[in-house]
Write a protein that binds this ligand. Structure first.
Ligand code: ATP
Length: 232
């Protein structure tokens, strides 16, 4: 079953197309890599899925509903989002940050302990965020995105600035989420580091889908742009 369906979507800003035409499905339990250069339309696509933007033309459906419709509020908890460069109150501890978001999202505080454990931050739960490494901050960001036990998780460039070990740790958690049946959209400029963790890749260029398929399929069809393939 498709968790997300974008059907002939166009998105214009002041008459200029950010998305020229995009049709794309994301299946249940699938990890989809969304690739493209700066300005390709990745963030706009994420915002359309999150319901932060309305398509100029075409339709977006998430869990069978338009994410911009007022009725979507009943389904919003099923969506988790980790923005690029997430930042938290530096003076709060990791546990306080999560407890704050748990309150905002009306999630039971037991979930805070559970998530700190799941993302490997138990040992640092009572330390101020300002003492966290970038990898720890990203794990805290992931925990925040997972508070409502979402069925669809959107990750915007989640490992930029992380060292190879922190990157692998992060993607190991994504693998676990996939095993639990969560669908994931993983936005990235480049393939290295991500490739073992995605089921399919969607390559955006100038607001259009340039290629879509498994990495094996794209390699066979020589459809992996060199820049996405080559740079780590
Ligand atoms: P990056 O990797 O740099 O984040 P991206 O692939 O996420 O790029 P988008 O942010 O989706 O690309 O932008 C796609 C195009 O739409 C760009 O040309 C951008 O300038 C334009 N755009 C995005 N949001 C707006 C906006 N709110 N108003 C005007 N133009 C916008």
């Amino acid at each position: 079953m498709s968790v997300v369906q974008l059907n002939q979507v166009k998105k214009y800003f002041d008459g200029i197309a950010a998305i020229k035409e995009l049709s794309l499905n994301i299946e249940e339990g699938e990890v989809l890599g969304l690739f493209g250069h700066n300005g390709a339309g990745k963030t706009t696509t994420m915002k359309l899925i999150l319901g932060l933007l309305k398509p100029t033309e075409g339709t977006v459906s998430v869990f069978g509903h338009a994410p911009t419709s007022p009725h979507f509020s009943d389904h919003r908890y099923r969506l988790g989002f980790l923005p690029e460069n997430v930042s938290f109150y530096q003076q709060l501890t990791g546990k306080e940050v999560l407890a704050y978001f748990a309150k905002l999202k009306k999630v039971h505080k037991n979930r805070v302990e559970q998530l700190l454990e799941e993302v490997g931050l138990n040992h640092a739960a009572n330390r101020k965020v300002k003492t966290y490494s970038k990898g720890m901050k990203q794990r805290l960001g992931l925990a925040q995105a997972l508070l409502t036990a979402p069925k669809l998780l959107l990750l915007d460039e989640p490992t930029v600035g992380l060292d190879p070990i922190a990157t692998q740790d992060f993607y190991a958690m994504v693998d676990q989420l996939k095993k639990s049946g969560c669908s994931v959209v993983l936005c990235s400029h480049v393939l290295p580091g991500v490739e073992k963790h995605i089921d399919r890749a969607a390559i955006l260029g100038a607001g259009q889908l340039q290629a879509l398929g498994t990495l094996t399929e794209l390699r066979e069809q020589a459809q992996l742009p060199t820049t996405i393939r080559a740079y780590g």
